[in-house]
Design a protein around this ligand. Structure first.
Ligand SMILES: Cc1cc2nc3c(=O)[nH]c(=O)nc-3n(C[C@H](O)[C@H](O)[C@H](O)COP(=O)(O)O)c2cc1C
Length: 324
């Protein structure tokens, strides 16, 4: 009997995960994705513990379904993350393995999360990290390739996903450069059992970002996606604009350390500026390389239905595709 382990492990009906996005994946979008059978993920990245608690409570009011809370478990944050998990009992905890965290310490926290009944999903960008996630006790991993929005990862999705699938025994969801049923079919063909979408959900009607930012994503064409912040060691993708030109100028003309310091000043709050205030020239409209395939602002439900419907069409086309 065919089984989809991503759905089984996460307690969802459709193997579509909402990629956590700091400031962006908040209660209304998270609840909608979960209600429609996928997995909504709260982006708790820059939130204080109180804000996370409030956002969890707001989401719980909107949906009875499973949703996740995403944390970047920096060493000094682990205790407060575990307190939140113990008090709020989220069905799933979603994290990224941070090299600064001692694996034994991290493992002790993962054990406590699981004692609270939470399933643990860890997002990885290399095979080594996927193996480390499995050792920590992850129930599933999301393998994110370099096409994806947010922080740039080193390997392309098409190369990373099959390697991670071969390396670990837990189910794998693919992320990075997927926005439609063709992308989903490709991910499943590579061995993934689910997908995570970030850029595609940026423009969902329920996403609480400024309409200017959604419009900038919808209007993005190929070759407009640039990488900024390489000098900081944490480069991000964004749609080319005045800010990205300024950042590129600084990186091209300054020594690395000076560039990193100046970028810190220019780029600080840039995501917020674009996404919440609507300044799409002076702020960072972060989106992945797949943005040109994201063509309209519509409800999250329609985005998910379209992906699943097109996936079905692609699979039937493939099954009768003549190869000789
Ligand atoms: C604006 C933006 C912000 C993001 N913020 C986070 C974050 O805070 N934490 C995280 O784990 N991933 C973050 N991501 C990555 C997404 O969760 C997801 O993995 C990625 O967008 C998938 O690739 P795609 O954009 O091609 O769909 C962000 C992505 C975008 C576009």
């Amino acid at each position: 009997v065919a089984r989809n382990r991503v759905c089984e492990v996460l307690g969802i009906e459709r193997p579509i995960i909402l990629g956590p996005m700091a400031w962006i994946t908040t209660a209304s979008l998270v609840a909608e994705v979960s209600d429609r059978g996928g997995l909504g993920v709260l982006g708790a990245g820059f939130m204080s513990s109180d804000e996370v608690m409030r956002e969890i409570a707001a989401t719980q009011k909107l949906t009875q379904k499973h949703f996740e809370v995403e944390f970047s478990p920096m060493p000094d944050m682990l205790d407060s993350i575990t307190t939140i998990v113990e008090e709020q009992r989220p069905a799933v905890v979603y994290g990224v393995v941070v090299p600064a965290v001692n694996p034994e310490l991290m493992k002790r926290h993962v054990v406590r999360w699981k004692e609270c009944g939470a399933r643990v999903v860890i997002k990885v960008a290399t095979v080594e990290r996927a193996l480390a996630a499995e050792r920590l006790g992850a129930d599933a991993v999301v393998a994110k390739g370099w096409e994806g929005g947010g922080h740039v990862t080193p390997e392309a999705t098409t190369c990373l996903v099959p390697q991670v699938v071969d390396a670990v025994s837990v189910p794998v969801a693919a992320a990075g450069g997927i926005a439609d049923g063709r992308g989903m079919a490709a991910a499943i063909a590579l061995g993934a059992e689910g997908i995570e979408l970030g850029t595609a959900f940026l423009v969902a009607e329920e996403t609480a970002i400024h309409p200017n930012a959604k419009q900038a994503v919808v209007e993005a064409t190929d070759m407009r996606n640039v990488i900024t912040g390489s000098c900081t060691g944490a480069p991000c993708r964004q749609i080319a604009n005045r800010l990205s030109d300024e950042l590129a100028e600084i990186e091209a003309t300054c020594l690395r350390a000076e560039a990193a310091e100046r970028l810190q000043t220019v780029a600080v709050q840039s995501l917020r500026k674009a996404m919440l205030e609507g300044d799409v020239e002076g702020g960072a409209v972060m989106a992945g390389q797949i943005a040109p395939l994201v063509k309209s602002i519509r409800p999250a439900r329609e985005i998910m239905d379209a992906v699943i419907a097109e996936y079905g069409e692609v699979v039937s086309r493939l099954s009768s595709f003549p190869i000789s």
